[in-house]
Write a protein of this length. Sequence first.
Length: 443
Amino acid sequence: MKVAIYSFSSCEGCRYTIVNELDKVLETLEKLGVEIVREPLLGLGEEPANYDIAIIEGALTSEEDVNKVKEIRRKCKYLIALGSCAALGGIVAFMYKHKGEVTRFDKKYIFGEPLHKFVKVDAVVKGCPIKVGEFLTIIEFLAKGLPVEELERRFQYIKVSEKVIDDGLLKLDTGKCVVCGRCVEICSLLGINALDYGFRGSSIIVTTPFFKKFAEVGCIHCGLCAGYCPVAAVTYRDDISRALELIKSGDVSILIDGWALKGLAEALEVDAGKVIASLKLLGAKEVKLWDPLEGVEKVSEPAIVPVSSAESEYVRKFYPELSKYLTEYPRPAIGDKTLVITSCAARKKDLDLVLTAQETLKILESLIGREQIANVEAEEVPQLSGRASEKVKVLQGPDEVRRGLEEFKDNPRNILVLQLCFGGCNYGSGQPYRLLDKTTYIH
């Protein structure tokens, strides 16, 4: 059985996901007797004379695209839509709001549509990007001659009326959602399930149960759904305007946690000292480093130390019998002229005004610019005190947190520090988006 892979309007992330696990893919295909005869990323760019399965990534944006897809459909036995762009139109589908502006610059691009609007789609591999395991499962079904109609078709998507769910801390705008499934998957991995798919079939969307506000459906406001959303369909409260007003008023001190400082330095590709200097260029009187875990080794054991309100709510929700061991989660001592910058979007619940590292990155890039940041003279970076103690156990990610709490339940000892975010606070929900790659929570 021969497979040809094509790409239209997309970032090609789904195809690169396959290439990144090429050894696994080729091993599986060889066992199934399947051969890839076209995939430009593998140097197979020529048009094959024949093939059985066509795999198409990307949305269609022109009549030329439509004609090509129809030609592909005529040549193949099965056609698979690869990823959200091919299945739903993806980000390109947002063009329906700006069609006039787009066609004014290039009349070739007249729409942004999924494949099924023009040809029959036999199977869909969902995701943004896809999961290689699901992709291989579908190929296996086809190679073994299993009925296509029973396959992972998932849905035939159409645009539905836009719904907005906003509780002041988290906001979901279904009009922006491409149904990539990241937020649903993350919420499920945490065991919260505040987000899921609604209206199965042609009107599928991501929503909370019965469109209720996040706080009413068991959400712990960790903010990870917003942190990993690739199209800002889920967002947390935006404090940028109020933060700039505060800085403009003068005499403002910035308190930044070490994780946020590290995240900003990585996102801007500069030393941490240049980040501190750049924050002062915004108008801050001083920049201080805040360690949320300072003094944790002095806590009386046994104890459970939540890094934020999200971890505290998590324990009360799933391990109420351990609530008696919970300490207060750390909060910075601040005044009216203090601006906090953090890697944790959950602190939006604790503080009336707080910037995440992602929001801070937006400010620095727009008001100062990467070139000036790269050339600014670096400031000295304050050093945090060490916390070397065998009795302090830092648990990172939901799996590690669950295992640690289960063990603690049977044998309460030591000091457990809970960091629910995948990879810990270094990859907190408020970190720059470019740090929060999907592989972080998958691995």
